[in-house]
Design a protein around this ligand. Sequence first.
Ligand SMILES: [Cu+2]
Length: 172
Amino acid sequence: MKDMKGLDTEPGVDARVMSPSTSLADPGPRLRDNGRRVLTYADLHTIGGPLDPRPPSREIVLRLTGNMQRFVWGFNGKKFSEQEKVYFKYGERLRVTLINDTMMNHPIHLHGMFSEVESEEGVFQVRKHTVNVQPSKQISFLVTADAPGQWAFHCHLLYHMEAGMFRTVVVA
Ligand SMILES: [Cu+2]
């Protein structure tokens, strides 16, 4: 579809971020400069380093997208029912990069495997189950695909998940 200016439009996308921030030290909207100290991902360090020292052999980039008026949410402009599954190769170490094009936080939960968040410099920072992505931010984590099967991968705000921000990850 094209809009009045001839630009491509997608029904599931009402905004795009052109140069996403990668700072882990930002407390996020409404928590910045409020006179209190707010803990951020930059303050979290998992002791002992990553579970798997291998560098990633592959990267998957997913944009977190939505249309507030239609109340649809998804990955790469598509809701769950319009999406293919995401395939991880069993045993591989890969980087997942999430870019949040929306004006909302999206806490993204990959079931079955750990998400090892990288610093802005690409150094291991913290091991998590759910990785929050602030509005207009980009965040990367490494995963070792060591759990064969089908896994849920979704926003943990359940009204976003229900409105489409959900994918199936297949490890095979
Ligand atoms: Cu969400």
